[in-house]
Design a protein around this ligand. Structure first.
Ligand code: FAD
Length: 399
């Protein structure tokens, strides 16, 4: 890649020079000149008011894309055992919001084998269109077939936004599709909005280990692709409306894929269902020990709640890994989240910030978790929780 300056368009205004934090642009005879220490970050391309600067990719000079050709929001469905994954339905709810702002259609794309009898039920989830790619082999997930089909569909239909669950399969095919389309892809988004002025998708995700939230946009190419974790957005309300259903049959055979699925082994189902839990009691390092967790468990029991925790409690082996909440754990949206002895590091917060009510118990009145809580109790959790348990038991008896 290299930066190209169109000398005919350049007016020597120096806005590119000012935008370059690396000092890699100089003015020579009133024309911008790129110096060898340029990092190709592209800041100057965006700043130039004359559009005199472009980023050349490989041998192909970056061409200006006609963004107006791209319309519509697509959600790529993930499914297992003939059931659409909740993350795809949650994306439909956010997708509806984005499509309404842009005044475009929302489409659900299903690559599968036996969804004919499910389409009517699925059409209650608020989309305008279902594109059902049907082939017997697509009852299972094939990375290369998904990549091929989705790339072809996108080239033909030109959606402007594509949202995919940040699941193991979504994380597998999304970058492959993005590479083939030369499209921008933001992984693991925790927020999606529309920039009302330019109509770009604003894709927010934690970065630098969660220390900051970065908002990424793809202003000069389409489609704009993003993967999103389960639990970030709520499930859509069911609505009755007319949905256009397009069924496209593909005649794939096993030999069309480089991979062959020999056997599908279902993961042993755990009883942990943090994503759907209504109440979660979570413990952090402040609990003090594995034995100390017993009091957290008791509070969870009395509230019929799921048990969760911070990453440190998993690392210390106080809690099972599938109960970790946060950036590298689960994203949860309960009605009530009780954080006990958790400081409130951003990596934890991104996993629980959408809880309806947050109660924090911490002995440090300045703990950051209080900034994210609706109710705070300052004190030792080992003194406070037993009192809470007794009071809850009393309320239960009275009921
Ligand atoms: C790339 C990356 C990914 C990460 N992913 C995650 C993730 O997914 N989830 C996650 O949780 N973390 C994650 N972390 C770790 C995160 O940065 C924090 O280190 C972690 O969340 C802190 O856990 P904690 O709040 O339990 O512990 P601490 O930060 O040590 O906080 C303990 C708190 O307990 C309080 N306390 C102590 N004793 C008591 C008591 N007796 N009663 C009441 N309060 C008490 C203290 O005042 C303190 O506020 C990640 C970090 C990185 C770099």
């Amino acid at each position: 890649m290299s930066i190209i300056i169109d000398e005919e368009l350049c007016t020597g205004c120096a806005s590119c020079k000012e935008s370059c934090i690396y000092g890699a642009i100089e003015l020579e005879n009133n024309i911008a000149k790129v110096l060898p220490n340029c990092t190709l970050c592209g800041a100057c391309v965006e700043t130039c008011p004359e559009e005199a600067i472009s980023l050349e990719r490989g041998d192909v000079k970056a061409q200006k894309m006609d963004l107006s050709l791209f319309k519509g929001v697509w959600i790529i469905a993930e499914h297992y055992n003939k059931k659409i994954n909740n993350v795809s339905l949650q994306l439909l709810s956010k997708g509806r919001e984005l499509a309404d702002i842009l005044k475009v259609n929302l489409s659900l794309i299903i690559l599968g084998a036996s969804f004919d009898d499910k389409l009517e039920e699925l059409s209650l989830y608020g989309m305008d269109e279902i594109i059902y790619i049907k082939s017997p082999i697509l009852k299972d997930y094939y990375s290369d077939l998904y990549t091929k089909v989705i790339t072809e569909l996108v080239l033909e239909n030109k959606p402007e936004i594509i949202l995919i669950g940040a699941t193991p399969t979504g994380r597998d095919f999304a970058p492959r599709v993005a590479k083939r389309l030369n499209a921008g892809l933001t992984a693991d988004c925790t927020g999606l909005e529309i920039d009302l002025e330019a109509g770009n998708l604003l894709q927010t995700r934690p970065t630098y280990g969660g220390a900051i939230m970065a908002t990424i946009r793809t202003p000069s190419s389409r489609p704009q692709m993003a993967t999103v974790r389960a639990g970030i957005f709520s499930m859509p309300e069911k609505v009755k409306k007319k949905v256009n259903i397009r069924k496209i049959e593909y005649e794939f055979e096993e030999k069309d894929s480089v991979s062959k699925i020999v056997k599908v082994i279902s993961k042993t189902k755990t009883n942990v269902n943090l994503e759907d839990a209504k109440i979660i009691v979570a413990g952090g390092r402040g609990v003090g020990s594995r034995e100390g967790f017993r009091v957290i468990e008791k509070l969870a029991e009395v509230l019929d709640a799921e048990l969760g925790g911070s990453r440190i409690t998993v690392e210390l082996n106080w809690l099972d890994p599938d109960r970790q909440i946060g950036q590298t754990g689960k994203t949860v949206t309960p009605k009530l989240y009780i954080a006990c002895g958790i400081s409130g590091a951003i990596q934890h917060i991104v996993g629980m910030e959408n809880s309806e009510i947050v109660v924090a118990i911490n002995k440090d009145p300045n703990a950051p978790i209080f900034n994210w809580s609706h109710y705070g109790i300052v004190g030792d959790l080992h003194e406070i929780i037993p009192v809470l348990i007794e009071e809850i038991k009393k309320i239960k008896v009275d009921e």
